[in-house]
Design a protein around this ligand. Sequence first.
Ligand code: COA
Length: 166
Amino acid sequence: MQAQAWPGGRDSLTHDPALRPMSMLLVDTDVVVAALDVLAKEIVHAGRAYSAAGLSTVVTRQDVRGRGYGRLLVAAGHDAIAERGFDLGIFTCDRPLRDFYESAGWRWLPGTVLVGGTPSSPFPSDQTGFDKVTMADFFSEPAKRDRSAFLGTRVALYPGEIDKLW
Ligand SMILES: CC(C)(COP(=O)(O)OP(=O)(O)OC[C@H]1O[C@@H](n2cnc3c(N)ncnc32)[C@H](O)[C@@H]1OP(=O)(O)O)[C@@H](O)C(=O)NCCC(=O)NCCS
């Protein structure tokens, strides 16, 4: 399903093991209908450290799109990240998908840019040719307290060269 959705769009659909990838599959009567991966790392923002996770390679099988499977799985991903004790979940998506992610529990961070890649080779979500928005939610008490520090700012995610913007 991922290879269908991103044919040649990524060098590889294998994630960096350093990001502790966890796949979630939605199965309907023995058939996988949707899939996503959760990636995780520590980040530092405004001088504070947080455990962060994000959704990656969210996909619904082409012939069953528009039936609510994607929303169900993305909502489950939201809850799994909260239950696993991460301070926050944060990722980017193409602007037209903002409503989709909001309907599954995620919140739009207006003006926030995720800086992917590495410090020496940054890969920002506002680079030319990209039209991305940042989605997030804040789960731990410290993260909830610091929520405003993530608004309208650049967040150094730096997930590396493989999952450049996870
Ligand atoms: C995005 C995706 C996972 C949604 O899965 P799905 O099972 O069809 O989602 P649902 O049926 O739960 O919800 C579909 C909703 O998302 C909206 N949506 C889906 N793709 C959209 C797009 N490209 N632009 C705008 N809205 C979109 C639908 O209009 C629908 O909204 P509605 O419920 O208000 O009618 C699926 O379209 C897909 O696999 N796309 C290709 C891969 C991709 O782009 N993944 C996202 C990476 S950030």
